[in-house]
Structure formats: C-alpha cells, structure tokens
Design a protein around this ligand. Structure first.
Ligand SMILES: [Zn+2]
Length: 181
C-alpha cells in the first residue's frame, strides 16, 4: 500500500530516474514480452539503494520477521539498508483502524512505514511469514517498486501474493531493483 505522495523529490533526482529507469524498463519488456514500461516503477522510492533506517525496538515476535525482511533485501548485491539512530526513515508498529497490513509514505529522500498489528495478528497464515512479507513489500516501495506490477512473474509487490509463502524478493523484484540503481 502507498500513501499519496505529498512531497516532491528534487528535479535532479527525478530526471535521473526517468532517464535510467524508463529505458531499462523498456528493455525488460523486450526480454519478457509482458509488461509496459511503467508497470513496476514507483517514483516514491529512495534515490539510492544504500540508505539507513532508524533501529526498531519491539519484542522478538516483531523484530525477528522485520530483521528477516531487511536481510532478504540486503542479500541483493546493490541493496544495503543499515540501521542508524541518525536516519530519517523509520518504521512504526501499532494498531491502526485501517484495513491495510502495511503503509508506505514517501518523503523527500526519506519515508516512513507503518505496520498494522491489528490486521497482521488477524491475517491467515503464520504470523512471522505474513508480517515479514508485509515489511519486505513496504521496503520494496523504498526501492522504487510499485504495487501490483504487470507481470506473470511472482512478485513480493503483488497484493494477491500468498504472504505465508512469498515473503522474500523474487527474481523479478531483484531484476527491477537492479535496473533502477
Ligand atoms: Zn504496497
């Protein structure tokens, strides 16, 4: 889930993304024969795949899947998300009345993520898997991946994925990130 972006990124960064991401996306289309050029790119992501996020301090029920989600993205050769108390980006776990499991809100070269303890506790499947899948999905937005990419490939970014079994970036997700950064 993405919250409407109230912020604008600097023109320099935007231009860079469009110049690089659009041709690469077009190349992906040629390779896969499936998706239009804008089928997976999200402009609210971070300008670099190496960035910091504030450390989280919840009990192990939350920290284990959250750390696993982070580690699964850090396994990507171009991604390095570190924890730093000086980081502007942060994640909050709380009970929200809204229906979503997770919500990504972009800022100017930063973001915040909300994880909904109310809906995640009630979700079908193993909690550790579903919550990990949700956080990994929201981190995918920080890496410029859009919701529901138009592809037959499996993707962490599809809302209809099985969160109990698909909780790590897929080869499709990794390839998209690889072409942006
Ligand atoms: Zn989303």
């Amino acid at each position: 889930m993405i919250k409407t972006n109230k912020f604008s990124k600097p023109a320099r960064k935007r231009r860079w993304h469009y110049l690089i991401a659009a041709p690469v996306a077009a190349a992906l289309v040629i390779l896969t024969g499936v998706a239009p050029a804008n089928a997976w790119y999200y402009s609210g992501g971070m300008p670099y795949a190496t960035y910091s996020i504030k450390p989280w301090n919840y009990n192990s029920t939350w920290t284990t899947p959250m750390n696993n989600a982070l580690a699964s993205w850090n396994a990507h050769g171009k991604v390095n998300i570190t924890k730093s108390s000086r980081a502007a980006a942060y994640v909050t776990v709380a009970s929200y009345s809204a229906a979503w499991y997770g919500l990504y809100t972009p800022g100017t070269n930063t973001f915040n993520i909300k994880l909904n303890s109310r809906t995640l506790a009630a979700a079908a499947g193993v909690f550790a898997n579903v919550s990990r899948s949700t956080f990994a999905h929201e981190l995918g937005h920080s890496l410029s991946l859009a919701d529901n990419p138009v592809t037959d490939s499996a993707s962490l970014m599809k809302h209809n994925r099985n969160r109990n079994t698909l909780y790590s970036p897929t080869s499709w997700d990794n390839a998209c990130v690889n072409s942006v950064y």
